[in-house]
Design a protein around this ligand. Structure first.
Ligand SMILES: *Cc1c(COP(=O)(O)O)cnc(C)c1O
Length: 376
């Protein structure tokens, strides 16, 4: 039986049409998902770089279920089970000093912007073209894409956009009222755009000279996606604030920010009813436990994709993979799905693959085969 038409009818009648979609995903296990008709797919979307331990990893399921039997929510008016352990773990793996929690990537961005403003006492931000930092009123103000931002201007933060990669342009606009520079280590929504390390060294230098804080948005690139806990760890640059979300808790909604010593929220400066709750923290700790074991293999798997797809000049860092294929991207996405592989079109005709970090070599080879079959 195919349930998809039921999903579709309810969606069309009762749900605001902000998304375009035509498939239902009803079950997942490891790198595989099943649609409403029971068809099986290898999932190289993974909830958009979220399900990094694969779907329904037993360790994550167990952590969530065990915690749900003990305590689902208690609020940050009290010490929260697992919260301190998770903060410690995040500090250790990122090399930062203290952590704070959020419920999503956008909220982590908002927290980072607030933290930069309150600690510097400055008002302005610099962000980069094609960058994506979220859709809340704060995070959208530093998200570049005019089509999604401009209808809502004026937005929360005063900002300037500089061309991604352009350190000289940055130098010209940062001044003594710049609270922070926010940047993705690899632009994900833009289609997996990987700048040279010198870009980040340049941002660091401009920030050090001006006293602005360097905020690195690792919502998509963090938590092992690129083969290290942070994509910035491929460079020698130390940011001031790092945001995390997508891959942090295997699909349980969660965001986080970590900051270097001296940069922290003080009493009443920020807060959240749900953020850092017991279930999210339990899911994140279990997720980190799984990733610790598979992290050493992520770059090798990425190279297997690179070799397999070399004909199409893929941009690869760990298991974050982009290929420019142009206008036919949606058609290729459809062809791949018909052949049992889910991939997704990011901006500007860029096909993006962000599979579970647990994907097997045999699954990688099958994905490569299907992409060759679809692209020719
Ligand atoms: C997805 C994403 C966000 C927003 O995360 P949400 O959880 O959708 O709010 C922010 N920054 C980057 C780099 C992202 O990829």
């Amino acid at each position: 039986m195919d349930n998809t038409s039921q999903y579709k009818a309810l969606d069309e009648r009762y749900f605001m049409p902000a998304f375009s979609r035509d498939m239902a995903i009803v079950k997942g296990e490891g790198s595989k998902v099943w649609d409403g008709a029971g068809r099986e797919y290898i999932d190289c979307v993974a909830g958009i770089a979220v399900c990094s331990t694969g779907h329904c990893h037993p360790a994550v399921v167990k952590a969530i279920c065990d915690q749900a039997h003990e305590l689902i929510h208690c609020s940050n008016l009290y010490y929260v089970p697992h919260q301190g352990d998770l903060a410690k773990k995040l500090v250790e793996i990122t090399g930062m000093h203290k952590a704070f929690f959020a419920n999503s990537g956008a909220e982590a961005t908002d927290g980072a912007l607030k933290l930069a403003r309150v600690r510097t006492g400055r008002k302005k931000f610099v962000a980069f073209t094609h960058g994506f930092h979220g859709r809340t009123v704060g995070s959208l103000s530093v998200t570049h894409k005019p089509a999604i931002r401009e209808p809502f201007e004026p937005l929360g933060m005063v900002k300037t956009f500089v061309e991604y990669g352009d350190v000289e342009g940055l130098r010209k606009v940062v001044d003594d009222d710049t609270a922070g520079v926010i940047v993705e280590p690899i632009q994900g929504e833009a289609g997996v755009i990987i700048p040279p390390d010198s870009f980040f060294e340049g941002i660091r230098e401009v920030c050090d000279k001006s006293g602005a804080l360097m905020i690195v948005d690792e919502v998509q690139t963090g938590m092992g996606r690129t083969g290290k806990w942070l994509a910035m760890q491929h460079t020698k640059v130390q940011p001031d604030i790092v945001t995390l979300a997508k891959g942090i808790a295997s699909g349980f909604p969660m965001g986080a920010l970590v900051a270097r010593e001296g940069i922290e929220f003080k009493k009443s400066e920020h807060g959240s009813t749900f953020a850092g709750g017991p279930l999210a923290c339990a899911a994140a700790l279990a997720t980190i436990g799984v990733i610790e074991k598979i992290l050493p293999d992520v770059c090798r798997k990425g190279e297997r994709f690179r070799e397999g797809l070399s004909k199409y000049n893929p941009r690869v860092r760990g298991l974050m993979i982009g290929m420019t294929i142009g206008d036919k991207c949606p058609e290729i996405q459809k062809k791949c799905a018909d052949a049992g592989v889910l991939v997704n079109c990011a901006a500007d005709g860029n096909l993006r693959l962000v599979p579970p970090l647990t994907i097997s070599d045999a699954e990688i080879d099958r994905v490569v085969e299907v992409i060759h079959g679809s692209l020719g």
